[in-house]
Every structure is written in C-alpha cells, then in structure tokens.
Design a binder for this molecule. Sequence first.
Ligand code: 4YB
Length: 458
Amino acid sequence: MAQLNDWPWRYWARLRPADTALTVGQEAVSWRQLRQRIDALAASFQRQGVTPGYGVVLCGKNDYPLLLAYLALLQCGARLLPLNPALPLRTREALLPALDIRFAVAPDGTPAEIGGLSVLDADAAGGGEPLDIGWQPQRLATLTLTSGSSGLPKAAAHSCAGHLASAEGVLQLMAFQPGDSWLLSLPLYHVSGQGIIWRWLAAGAQLVVRAGMPLAQALAGCSHASLVPTQLWRLLSQPQASLALKEVLLGGAMIPVSLTEQAEAKGIRCWCGYGLTEFASTVCAKRADAQPGVGLPLAGREIRLVDEEIWIRAASMALGYWRDGRLQPIGDAQGWFHSRDRGVMAQGELRIIGRLDNLFFSGGEGVQPEDVERVLAAHPQISQVFVVPVDDAEFGQRPAAVIEGDGALSLEALLLWAQDRLANFQRPVALWHLPEQLKSGGIKIARRQVQEWASRQW
Ligand code: 4YB
C-alpha cells in the first residue's frame, strides 16, 4: 500500500494525474480533476467559515456531490458527521446538541430542517486555493453514528489513520488494483460506505458512484462491491443481472452459507466480513467457504473471547466516542473493546453466534434469536428473518418470527419444515411478514423496532 504523505487525492493526483479516479454515472473523473474539485469546494467551505475542528453534519443521498463534500470537509480539518437523511427529526434533535456541531452541508438540499444549523452552500463556485491545513492523519476526522440496539446512537470518532488502517487490513486479503472499481454500494453515513472510500483512497484504484439506480444496473462494469446479505439475495433473484462483478465483501449481519454458495455458482467471489462502526468497518474476514464463520482477524486487529464475548483491539479502533466536546474511551484499561457480540472459535475461525443482548428466556431455556434465525433463513421462501420475543403468561417469553420472503409461507409449513432442526423452546409461536414501514432508514432493520411491532401484533 502507498505510503501516503499528503491527502490521498492529492497524492494520487501528483503520482497519476490522468488516471481515472472515479466514474460518476458513466463519466470518468481523473485524479487531477478530482483534486481540483475538492480544492475548489474546500476553499469555498473555508470562506464560509469552516475551521479545523469545527463540527459539520453531512447529509444527503449517496452521490458525487456528497462524496466531494466528504473529501473537501476532511481537507478543511472539519470534524465530519455523515448523517442518515432518514433519521427521524426527533432522534436528530436529541443527538446533535451533545455533538457540538456548527454547520450542515446538504448538497441535494435534503432535509430542509437540519435542526437550526447554518447550512453551507455546497455549490459555491470555488476559485482560489484552499488554505492548506496539512495532512495530519492522526487527528480526529470523522464521527460515525453506531446503530446501537438501545438508547441513542453513539458517535465513534476516527482519524484518517484509523480509516486507512482498516483499509490496509482488507487490502491485504482482497486484491483491489488500480484497474479495479468498487461501487459505492452502501451509504457514507455508515462505516461500510466509508470503508469503500478509504480502500479506494489507499489503493489508488477506482470508485463508482451511481446514486438512485437499482443495484443490478449500478453494478455495470464494477469489479467490487460491499453488500449486506439482503442486497445480495435480491440481486441473485434477478435472473437477467449480467454481472461483471468479481468480488463481493459481505457483512453487517449473519451471512448464510447458502447465499455465498449461490453467488459463487454465478462466478461472484464472496468474502465474509465481521465489522463494527467502532473499528471503521471490517475486523475479521475470509473468502467464503462451506463454513459459516467470518475467518480470522485481519492484519492490525486482535480478538479475544471472554465468556464467549468478542473483545477487539486494533489500529483501526475509534479514538473514542465524541460527546460534550471530548472523547470518551471505548476500550478497557488494556485497550480492549467489549463488543457485546457472542462468538466461538470453531474449525479454526471466528463464528458469530449473536448479540449477547438479544438472548431471552422461554420457560427457563435460553433462546439466542440468531440461532433460530440461522435455521429459518435456510428455508427457500425466506430471504431475511428476525426472531423476537413476545410475552407469554406461562413461559415468560416465547419466540416469534418476522420474515421477508414469500408471502404465502405459513407458520404451519415453516414449523413442519423446521421440525428436526429446532428444539421445542426455539419453535416460533407466530409468523408475520415484515411490514414496509420497518424497512426504511439505515442499511439494517432495527431489531428493537421489529420486536416492538411484533408485540403489538401478538
Ligand atoms: C455481524 C456480522 C456478521 C457485523 N455476522 N453479525 O466493509 C465491511 O466490512 C462491510 C461490507 C459489507 C457490509 C457491511 C460491512 C460493514 O462494515 C459492517 C459493519 C457494521 O455492521 N457495523 S455496525 O456498527 O453497524 O454493526 C456492528 C454489528 O453488526 C456487530 O457488532 C455484529 O453484531 C453485527 N455484525 N458483521 C453477524 N458477519
């Protein structure tokens, strides 16, 4: 990997100015052009008052203007918070005051009400050179909100060095060369999207930005993509999808072996990753095989299992959670982050069992919802499933299943199919189809919302 001694886009613009840095829609943008666009925008942001260390919210669809603003704000030394435009106003209002934010940038004008912040003009004609604050990879650069299962999201603070350390580990596993192109297939407000950006910048390869296009179409000509399992299921179900796609990095949720087998049969090389916001994306990964694990820690990461809880330490670890103007440590005294994920080592690799917080008891038996989900997810009519507890007078709680997939599947049929695969206490007592209203928002469906919804149906 390149030994960067400048902002990566300036480094590549110097080394290979005419090479394609990215494709926007169908149009190629060279590193020289990219650098010029970023310089102009950074100069404009500086004129509008952006100063190193200032908090700036970045909000909008995952398009080229958003990417330019992300890179230009980094170059201004801002403390950059990419925000999901679908985040409810209430959450945003509860969250932002503790994060010390001065400005907002919303290149496509969404959303109108950014909570009383002054909105910077992202179209402002540049002109002039930006003030050079210098490439200091160790300083705090981004705040990324966690999708915590309870309470308000936390803002994990990363430096550029942390993002690059994350990229480096992945690039030691997966080949990503200058001729290759990675689709920006996940949002920048999530680490999985930022992970794509930093691998691109670290490798000096190509990025493809195609917002608002169906995935199968957006993938045209791309060699790489990062997908959550449901995206890949949907893609495989479209028979016409002619794919140049060579490599897919999967992550964010349990990755069924049946999914990677189907994809590999279509010539897509799959990589199974386990990543977290606190670690700027991927921690463990492997080339998909017949085992349901996520491989071993990538270079620069260490894991420990303590009472089946996964503890992690890595160069890509967040500097802390940003709150009330300072960093709160995220590790213990030895620097270990306690993930609340349950895992075991099996056949020489890490296997994720589920979230410790998801465990519930039914008639005295512990139900780890993900154990049941793994079984049910193998049903051919199910593409995604959540098992959540519903109250029960006799058992305390019992499992219920909320599925995405074939609308005709009944509980009776499912139970019959799963007969030998589930213990009695694991057997769902109800089956519902995931309602549309729970599908909006981030890249993941919030289990807590599914559970609340299921309780209301029960
Ligand atoms: C898992 C899990 C797994 C995470 N099995 N539970 O670049 C990447 O690595 C990438 C590529 C494609 C899609 C996503 C990614 C990510 O970064 C995902 C990172 C992420 O999901 N971060 S998160 O903070 O939103 O959630 C972390 C939690 O997600 C973990 O603590 C686990 O509970 C869960 N998770 N990978 C099972 N393979």
